[in-house]
Ligand binder design. Structure first.
Ligand code: NDP
Length: 380
């Protein structure tokens, strides 16, 4: 089904001066009320969500309802819960204030790469400068995307396995599954780091709170929730269940990796490659950049890219579900990851398609006609 935005590709003037419905690509972005409301909601509630989840594990053995029930029934007050929380230090508050005041805003590395939408909250959340740097050697976006959070993910998981060993004298098969499946994902990131430079985060997103806070707080705290949960609830899966979950995780990873690999190979070789043993089919497309220049590109319709328009996200979601299933069915908390990833990747898919529809115009419509589904053939 073609999305509404696909019919709204802007009419632009091509270099020869003729108007057409050729897609145009640029940084201009009018912040609509829904995006603004979502941004303010996220800025306020994302830190609260992280706090609530970690507090629920620390003080209530990972029950999400127990803290709220305790407060509602008068068994605990907000002050009681807050008193058991590690305090905010003056130094941390100073560092944060400094970061917020200077983030890319006052001393941009490349002033021409700054995007101001006219909306303070959007600028803060999605970033102003495209590639803020210190000198030539330190790129903020690359560093934050590719180092602290993703490295911490594996190290924190390993420390949870060590904690299980310390508490119970053994490590459960569910903890091993979570550690192995998530470590594969992280190792894949480092193994294919050059591929990663072509993802939306690096190619299109500006550096702001979304990437900085997301990589330093959201990722290490919330992507490791399964391991944390298993410290409090050491689930030992039956062998068939463990094997089924392992299979789901590995098939998901295979789809994720192969789909990304097929696009990378296709783009790198300009289509001079084999996909599933055959010469790939593609849709020729063009777009006009904001400087008025016309460019050519190709959209792959073979391999996994012919199955659905974002089958790489589907593989990622299968892997995410496997991590959660490893924790059994006792509590909702470890399932937060699959709920979050479904929202993140569905929104990302729509955001990306909105951008592609504006970029490629009618060519994008030809592509969506050739590959009609986004994530699941026949369903969505
Ligand atoms: P993609 O790698 O799918 O890139 C989308 C871009 O690819 C489009 O903007 C378009 O760019 C191009 N494109 C779209 N369709 C085609 C096609 N048929 N043929 C060739 N090029 C096409 O998106 P992401 O960068 O979001 O995701 C990369 C991976 O990272 C995914 O597997 C995702 O699951 C994963 N991911 C994981 C996250 C996590 O927290 N675990 C978070 C985000 C992503 P162009 O303008 O060049 O045409």
């Amino acid at each position: 089904m073609a999305s509404k935005s696909q019919h709204n590709a802007p009419k632009v003037k091509s270099p020869n001066g003729k108007a057409g419905s050729q897609g145009q690509w640029g940084r201009a972005w009018e912040v609509d009320w829904f995006s603004l409301a979502s941004i303010i909601f996220l800025l306020l509630f994302a830190p609260f969500i992280v706090y609530y989840f970690i507090m629920a594990c620390d003080q209530y053995s990972c029950s999400l309802t127990a803290p709220a029930l305790d407060i509602a029934t008068g068994h605990a007050s907000l002050a009681d819960i807050w008193a058991k929380t590690p305090p905010v230090t003056a130094k941390a508050a100073q560092l944060y204030a400094l970061w917020v005041s200077f983030q890319g805003y006052l001393f941009p590395t490349s002033a021409e790469d700054c995007k101001f939408t006219g909306n303070f909250f959007y600028n803060y959340m999605m970033g102003i400068e495209f590639n803020p740097r210190i000198g030539k050697w330190f790129d903020f976006k690359l560093f934050f995307n590719g180092r602290p959070g993703i490295v911490a993910w594996t190290l924190i998981n390993l420390s949870f396995a060590a904690k299980q060993q310390e508490l119970y004298g053994h490590v459960t098969n569910s903890m091993i599954l979570v550690n192995v499946l998530q470590a594969i994902y992280v190792l894949d990131f480092f193994w294919n780091e050059t591929w990663y430079l072509k993802t939306i985060d690096i190619c299109h997103d500006h550096f702001g709170w979304y990437l900085g806070w997301g990589d330093c707080v959201w990722l290490p705290y919330l992507y490791t929730l399964q391991g944390l949960y298993l410290v409090y609830h050491p689930v030992q899966l039956s062998t068939p269940n463990a094997l089924g979950i392992l299979l789901l995780g590995l098939v998901g990873y295979y789809i994720f990796r192969m789909t990304n690999h097929q696009k990378d190979l296709f783009r790198r070789t300009d289509g001079r490659c084999l996909i599933w043993g055959k010469k790939p089919k593609a849709i020729e497309c063009s777009y006009t950049s904001a400087d008025g220049l016309k460019h050519h590109s190709k959209l792959l319709v073979s391999g996994f890219w012919g199955v659905a328009r974002h089958f790489n996200y589907t593989g990622d979601l299968m892997g995410s579900l496997a991590y959660c299933l490893a924790c059994g069915g006792g509590h909702l908390l470890p399932y937060f990851y699959i709920i979050y990833m479904t929202i993140l990747l569905t929104h990302r898919c729509l955001r990306d398609e909105h951008r592609c529809a504006n970029k490629y115009g009618r060519d994008w419509e030809r592509y969506t006609a050739a590959v009609p589904y986004r994530l699941l053939p026949g369903i969505f």
